[in-house]
Ligand binder design. Structure first.
Ligand code: UFG
Length: 329
């Protein structure tokens, strides 16, 4: 298939691009490189540097490529930042996604896999979270993802778009061969922050909230490996029916607390990793982990990385080899 991947230079996008290239697909990455990295783009893919807000460039790219499908990752994805700058999130995530959908409709591209988030559920009534639980996002980031899902769902009904929204939990880890990994600036995510402390790039880790109603008081998350995300994106595309909207929760089905994760990182790295209690971070739900049963039965997908230590080992190998991220390469 000819596939356009928006945000294909970003963390999850770049791992999915590699997966598609390895499966023999022809990939064009569309990315403005403000968040993503040129070095993260698989050399087998063609890179178009541009913004989704640039309707002319997007239209020309779609006209030239005769694409069978789009994978849409391009988005801002920092929950805390979205609380302080909501309009930036609505413009980048919602407005630009609508531009993409219009361009797809105009160029008759009818297959889409969308990078959604467990943030659409907000604080769920129970865990594990299944797809039919209420969607009540508690931060602007989650609301933008839900708004895009609605636009996609309505497009499926109106003009035959076939689309899958993959609501993933916490993307984690790095390519098993160590070639690409996670590099955000600024870095807000737990695993890279923990590993930076292990590398001596920070004195200690702040644990945001130790008074949550969870077994050890710290937040619980479901860390899903980026290579498992690559597999499910490809499988969703391969099985996408026309004119139909599907959504899947993508996680391991296991919750890991912040304190447990730090302990596992101490074992994997052999480093001390000092950590201290800090106030709660605004917009953080206490406990999120997936019920991935629907994705497993419909798509035949199964996560390969189910132990947090294995996931941390791949992340540690990347961070140790690239202590300054992609800029140091
Ligand atoms: N945390 C700390 N200290 C840190 C950084 C994070 O204690 O220095 C905690 C957070 O408070 C949270 C957990 O570690 O409890 C995980 O935080 P991340 O920032 O790594 O990830 P989030 O759970 O906030 O975000 C993820 C995805 C989003 C998604 C969101 C849903 O990155 O895309 O889950 O809540 F929307």
């Amino acid at each position: 298939m000819n596939i356009l991947v928006t945000g294909g230079a970003g963390y999850v996008g770049s791992h999915c691009v590699r997966n598609l290239c390895e499966a023999g697909h022809s990939v064009v990455v569309y990315d403005h490189l403000e968040v993503g990295h040129r070095q993260a783009v698989d050399p087998r893919a063609r890179l178009v540097v541009g913004d989704l807000g640039d309707a002319t460039l997007l239209g020309n790219t779609l006209s030239e490529g005769s694409f069978d499908a789009v994978m849409h990752f391009a988005a801002l994805a920092d929950v805390n930042e979205s609380v302080n700058h909501p309009l930036r999130y609505y413009r980048n995530n919602v407005v630009n996604s609508i531009r993409l959908l219009e361009a797809m409709r105009d160029h008759d591209v009818k297959r889409l896999v969308f990078s959604s988030s467990c943030a659409v559920y907000g604080i769920p009534p129970a865990v594990p979270i299944s797809e039919d639980m209420p969607k009540n996002p508690v931060n602007p980031y989650g609301r933008t993802k839900l708004a895009i899902e609605w636009a996609i769902q309505d497009s499926a009904a109106a003009w035959g778009l076939g689309a899958t929204a993959l609501r993933y939990f916490n993307a984690a880890g790095a390519a098993e061969d160590g070639t690409i990994g996670e590099d955000h600036d600024p870095e807000s995510h737990l695993i890279p922050r923990v590993l930076k402390v292990a590398l001596g790039q920070g004195e200690q880790l702040s644990i945001f909230g130790v008074d949550y109603p969870t077994p050890d008081g710290s937040c619980v998350r479901d860390y899903i490996h980026v290579e498992d995300l690559g597999d499910i994106h490809r499988m969703a595309l391969d099985t996408q029916p026309e004119g139909c909207f599907r959504c899947y929760n993508v996680g391991t089905g296991r919750g890991v607390s912040v304190k447990e994760l730090i302990e596992a990182a101490r074992e994997v790295t052999g480093c001390d990793i000092p950590a201290t209690s800090a106030p709660r971070r605004e917009g953080d739900p206490p406990e999120l982990y997936a019920d991935p049963a629907r994705a497993m039965s419909d798509l035949g997908w199964k996560p390969k990385y189910t132990e947090i230590r294995r996931t941390l080992e791949t992340a540690w190998a990347w961070h140790r080899a690239n202590p300054q991220g992609f800029t140091g390469t």
